[in-house]
Design a protein around this ligand. Structure first.
Ligand code: TMP
Length: 211
């Protein structure tokens, strides 16, 4: 399936580890459910049985940057075919914790594979398909690292050097600059309530576009 019928909407949540995206996904879910939408919550890597197995490998094993990129795209295609596209065809709203912008940021930026390589994989795996809205939670890598460290043991990516996380953040911000209509940057330096209301304004604007 290359051209996807999307009666529903696809919203993705992005940011460096510790930037606080996960806390806001549930707020968007509640907001949409209250407005009568069917909502599917999912994540990457993951979202399917195969995807969750890939996630275990991805976070637990050491591998080359190219392998990382290929693995996440393999899991992504499965996720799109089995979960995301069927939900969008039904008219559901899909809220996805990370998607292809994460591969641009982590493998393209953090691992320095560059945007062009990631763009060609994206074109191969999901041509003409992109989120309707992406919320990018932005925080300085130092502050984000403190938050992650407080949560406990770090995974393979979280324990990368500060310089890696700086490249990931810069790559995310570059993506937002390249696609300002789709990618909305929300500074996580503000209070949780302020960020939450900005998040809901973005969701409301997308709902209004549908009407
Ligand atoms: P999570 O902690 O937000 O669930 O994400 C898992 C980790 O996987 C996180 O450190 C970011 C990383 N990741 C990539 O490196 N590339 C990708 O394409 C995706 C989706 C996640």
């Amino acid at each position: 399936m290359n051209s996807v019928v999307t009666a529903g909407k696809f919203i993705t949540f992005e940011g460096i580890d510790g930037a606080g995206k996960s806390t806001h996904i549930e707020a968007v879910q509640a907001f949409l459910l209250a407005r009568g939408k069917a909502v599917v919550m999912t994540r990457e890597p993951g979202g399917t049985e195969l995807g969750e197995a890939v996630r275990g490998l991805f976070l637990g094993r050491s591998m080359s940057p190219h392998t990382e990129a290929l693995l996440v795209f393999a899991a992504r295609r499965e996720h799109l075919e089995k979960v995301v596209w069927p939900a969008l065809e039904r008219g559901d709203w899909v809220l996805c914790d990370r998607f292809t912008d994460a591969t641009f940021a982590y493998q393209g930026g953090g691992r320095e594979l560059g945007f062009e390589r990631i763009a060609s994989l994206a074109h191969w795996a999901h041509p003409d398909f992109t989120p309707d809205l992406t919320l990018l939670f932005d925080l300085s890598p130092d502050a984000a690292h403190d938050r992650v460290a407080r949560r406990g043991e770090l995974d393979r990516i979280e324990s990368e050097a500060a310089e890696f996380h700086r490249r990931v953040r810069d790559a995310y911000l570059q993506r937002a600059e390249d696609e300002p209509e789709r990618i909305k940057v929300l500074s996580s330096e503000q209070s949780k309530d302020t960020v939450r209301s900005r998040v809901l304004v973005c969701a409301q604007q997308l709902l209004a576009r549908e009407a």
